[in-house]
Design a protein around this ligand. Sequence first.
Ligand SMILES: [Zn+2]
Length: 330
Amino acid sequence: MPTLVVGSATARPGAKVSGFLHVPHAADPGAEIPVTIVAGADPGPVLALIAGTHGSEPSPIVALQRVRAELDPAVLRGTVIIVQIANVPSFAHRTIYRGPWDQKNLNRVFPGSPHGTASERIAHAITTQVIDQCEYLVDMHSGDGNEALRPYSYWNNLGVDGRVDATAREMALAFGLDHIVVDRGRPRDLNATLFCSNTAHARGKPAVTTEAGGVGVPTEDMVALNARGAFRVMRYLGMLPGPRDMLEHAVWIEPSEVLTSPATGLWYPAVHPDQYVAKGAPFGHLTDYFGETIAEVRAPMAGIVLYVVASPAMGEGEPLGMVGAVSTGP
Ligand SMILES: [Zn+2]
């Protein structure tokens, strides 16, 4: 098995090595992205686990610290590339959604560019050094710092390669979050794949996006759920000994819709995650800065509240939450 190099980390078989992906300084600041390679003694699949694509989503970030500590290269088949915090500027500067320098959402600028702004250069480094070197990928999110969320995964049914879609579906079942949103709308243009996981998926590498945790707090149950999911995917891929543990009763969600704010002001949610809402039911309302109501927001469909913004600050066009209908399953 060849020696794998990711940024400054070089791992021979049987080794666990950490280092940094170097993102050069340009018109705005660069970054040093912490990565770990766990190279199994025996050859096998290459799995990338990425946390912190949004820097204020700490449950997966803390979980991947645990995975790094617990994963033993002596019993691993293949290689795990861990990106500990993909959007390290967003993490360090405590921003939600967007990077601090360019105000761009890292998870909307893939595959990135070496000549672009900070977020685009980070995306380029991850695409060329992590995605191009892996065979499977899990991009691990949670509700952002302002979002309360019930755990779910996205199954990217891209429709380009049936094998890739089918394997990604199984990876979602292996990760084990019991609600799975079916997503058929991700872009297929390799130069504008936008999302981290879709960048892998469109390149023929089965990938899932997971969501577990929220409101900027890494609770023990959500950290454990993220770490458990990572190990379950490794067992699904035959990288670790032990039986495959697959979700038997997934709740498939399709269609789903992200609600966006009609105005800037203060957001008062009327729902909580995991709540079932009827079509047209109150979802929340917005006031101006004085407390006068300026908009009422209603559920666009009957379904489950997957996440909802839990704090008042709200800008026009920003997400308010997400509702999805329970489907019979793909
Ligand atoms: Zn996220």
